[in-house]
Design a binder for this molecule. Sequence first.
Ligand code: AHR
Length: 620
Amino acid sequence: PDYTITVSPGATGAAIPRSMYGVFFEDINYAADGGLYAELVRNRSFEFNATDAAGYTGLTAWTTSGSATVVNDDQRLHERNRNYLKLSGAAGVTNAGYNTGLAVARSEHYNFSVWARADAAATLDITLQTADGAALSAPLKVAVSGDTWKKYTGTLRATATSDAARLSVKASGATTLRLDEISLFPRDTYKGRANGLRKDLAQKIADLDPGFVRFPGGCLVNTGSMYPYDAANNYPRARSYQWKDTVGPVETRATNKNFWGYNQTYGLGYYEYFQFSEDIGAMPLPVVPALVTGCGQNRATVDEALLQKHIQDTLDLIEFANGPVTTTWGKLRADMGHPKPFGLTTIGVGNEENLPEEYWANFLKFEAAIKAKHPTITVVSNSGPDDQGGTFENLWAKNRAHGSDMVDEHYYNSPSWFLQNNKRYDSYDRNGPKVFLGEYASLDNKLFNSLAEAAYMTGLERNADVVKMASYAPLLANIDNVQWKPDMIWFDNDESWGSTSYQVQKLFMNNVGDKVIPTTTTGDVVRPKPITGGIGLSTWRTAAAYDDVKVTRPDGSVLFSDDFSDGNADGWSAVQPRGTWSVTNGAYTQTDTAAEDTMVKAATISETDYDYTLKATKTA
Ligand code: AHR
């Protein structure tokens, strides 16, 4: 091909930070429970609940024999761990684990533990079994004595390899036994940590050599009911993600409904996230809820006291991560095993907020409180919904005028979008807020997608003076429980494999340069073909009206536009067909609040116009 790339090694380009490429961990696709978190027992504390998912009960994943019931009364193990299992006489339970069952490997050791009390001396018989009840381990016998809660432990050794094992716990003796937090971990967790991580998955993430770990979500963070954390509401299900739910001894952690439709035990919690980040040499980057729910929910809290509580929780989180052991939360960190600070430097406030005004008001309060106490902490704001090549309700203008430290952008798009938008950041204000590309992926797990991502990452790196961090999303997917794809690493009970996007991320992360060497190209470079298809705007679940929809070229000239003043839809139509819409009073109006809607129009974007911007004015 007759084109030339001229490299200017002597010239000074942008420095590339070590934290340029990282990972975004969210408990989606069973990424935590049944995934990275190595616990093999599902519903170990009998807390599953129909609000978590239809059909869930305190006995989900368990089968019983004899008199075995789940009880919620004042004999409970802990006020946040409300249910327990009551066995009377010769009775027992068997756990089926996640997906096909518990994954065990021949000759490997497994750490069993249970909290128990009994009104007379009793013995528990614990074994690994096949689904048909054949033994997969020698029995472990645990003698329970005394009617106060105590933790009992022991070890099982698997006699054969299986990805469909069962854990059987049987009581003998004419006693009443109360059991809770029945747990089984492989002895061999990542770095041998107690309450640790599944080794193959953690190793695959470590092999990426990520510069940071963004956690714990995603939609997981700021969605759900805006209930407080305290017992006054009986730890209601679907409360938003609150880090204090997730720390302290695991048997005292309240479980919750996961935004993605299952139960989250919080066994993998904030301490474990910080520890894992440290173990793999990555910067921890937590995201706290800003109490404006995005991800299709569109509600903002009107409870100022609750908002202030969350702001205080955020300050407490910084104390948990960085504070001396003499402070309340620094002491908890030390009690959990890490007296040294975790070195938190950066924190995100909110995720994909669909109510920009409400989010912005809350963000300013969070930011002011954080900066007042911790002026050197980088506070990451949001760009608002839908910044895929064009925006509406975008918060960038506010962030620029305000001088936010950094702005989190998200987009999932076609491979051609990534190829066409390589120059996205070339025109960003060099003196404005820095960019954290917190979530992006080209929409499939094929080779072409990963090549498009790789090409796009060269554009991120070229703009390393503006784009400071980027993370592909989501990170993990359990093949039997997929809520979102594409994903970077896939797994089942005992195997895991990286997608081609994983290989691209690994290549870039393991080869982060020190600085950009400026290059110029001349000649007949390959250009993307014209896009023939459609152009679309997502309206989410609001009864909103939009007017003056415009597609503009980089120079501001209009490619095409509609102001709907003639009362015609002008070629726009609705897809995601649950939405109902009309063109009235000079605006395109979505009337259905139950479903998100996308308005589309057929269009051809020529190769010279591919840096277009799509913008709509919200009128109501
Ligand atoms: O990565 C999956 C989801 O995509 C995240 O939870 C959310 O932030 C985004 O919409």
